[in-house]
Design a protein around this ligand. Structure first.
Ligand code: GLA
Length: 382
């Protein structure tokens, strides 16, 4: 049995136990780790995520009583059971909101209601997009089950709207795009402005390398407020520069106008400098991978990206900085924080034969360390 078959059987069994019937299908969507391109997505810039082998699964069947019933094996005793007509932003709250938000977007096609059983192994609170995996598994399930005829790119927007409008988290499209559009063995090069995509071959094993994900085990309360502030600062910087998005700034020299001698001007200058230099780093990494150069050249770009997130964008925290330092001291070619910041995980590029030694060396700084291979995007399992 493959890992996907086992996951499908487990979700189908749990569904049958809860709902007294078999599901009509089981779908899975992965979490992600972004190789580079952080806080660029809502600025119209570039990102380069890979899908994780870890997925969230949704076993789903239609009902005929107009209700939505959601159960998660990871949140036992916290089911949601409500009339479709009662779905509203913030209700249900908690884990169920991410699934319910997607149902609210598409429920018109399933007036009889839905039974949904969720299972998964994407670590929650680690900055690896467990919430996007949940949204995307449900979105793909409803698309297939209800024959909605939506493309994967359209599902990205359905899932993002669920997160922005229903849950109320003001994220960009990085996480949902990674979960729905990534392919095994590749990194997804996405231009978030025109939505162009390219699957960039990313076979680190062939080069004797591994991608290590280290969970710092920390999340900070101000993560959402901090994210909101950064978005606003980027919008303000773009407005002062007279461009629609920071993506439209040609180079760092064009940012000088922001530094007007005030503290606020200096702050906006730093924020914008992160975005402009980060876009350039994504392009450079893509060049290295496309040209088949030694991927070790990617390492220093990751470390530069971290310094920029720490010093210019100010979204790192001491625990994450310490984790990055520890993994670099242990011999990594490069390392950086992943995701929105204020806690979460670190990604590092290391020699494959050094994975065990590096893992041991950072044991005090990481609650979970694993080598990940770029895996498949969302898919139907059964
Ligand atoms: C979070 C958001 C994404 C993106 C990253 C930062 O993961 O959900 O949209 O903005 O932060 O790159």
């Amino acid at each position: 049995m493959t890992r996907d078959d086992e996951a499908a059987a487990r979700a189908a069994d749990a569904f049958a136990e809860r709902f007294g019937r078999a599901p009509e299908g089981v779908w899975a969507a992965p979490g992600r780790v972004n190789v580079i391109g952080e806080h660029t997505d809502y600025n119209g810039g570039f990102v380069l995520p890979v899908a994780l082998p870890h997925t969230t699964r949704a076993a789903v069947a239609r009902r005929d009583d107009g209700r939505l019933v959601l159960r998660s094996l990871q949140h036992p005793g916290d089911d949601a059971d409500l009339a479709l007509a009662d779905l509203a932003p913030g209700s249900p709250a908690g884990w169920a909101g991410y699934a319910a938000g997607v149902v609210a977007e598409l429920a018109g096609a399933a007036p009889g209601g839905l039974s949904v059983l969720i299972d998964g192994d994407v670590p929650a609170g680690a900055g690896l997009s467990s919430s996007a995996a949940l949204e995307c598994a449900v979105a793909l399930a409803l698309r297939d089950l209800l024959a909605l005829g939506l493309s994967r790119a359209e599902l990205v927007d359905v899932a993002r709207r669920a997160e922005n409008d229903f849950v109320g988290a003001p994220t960009g499209i990085l996480d949902q795009s990674a979960s729905l559009l990534c392919e095994a063995g590749a990194a997804l090069f996405l231009d978030t402005r025109d939505r162009g995509t390219e699957q960039v071959p990313f076979d680190l094993a062939a080069a004797g390398l591994a991608l290590l994900v280290l969970d710092s085990g920390t999340t900070h309360d101000h993560a959402e407020g901090g994210y909101r502030d950064r978005r606003r600062e980027c919008e303000e910087a773009a407005a002062r520069l007279g461009v629609p998005l920071l993506r439209d700034v040609p180079d760092v020299a064009a940012l000088e106008r922001l530094a007007d001698g005030t503290a606020e001007g200096a702050l906006l200058h730093r924020r914008a400098r992160h975005v402009v230099t980060e876009d350039a780093r994504v392009l450079r990494v893509v060049e290295v991978l496309r040209a088949g150069e030694d991927p070790r050249a990617v390492g220093p770009l990751l470390t530069e990206g971290h310094a920029s997130l720490r010093d210019d964008f100010e979204v790192s925290v001491p625990e994450i900085d310490a984790c990055v330092e520890a993994v670099l001291d242990a011999g990594a070619h490069g390392a950086r924080m992943v995701g929105g910041g204020f806690g979460g995980s670190v990604v590092a590029l290391v020699e494959a034969d050094a994975v065990d030694a590096v893992t041991a060396a950072v044991a005090a700084r990481s609650t979970r360390t694993s080598a990940v291979v770029p895996s498949a995007g969302a898919r139907r399992l059964a």
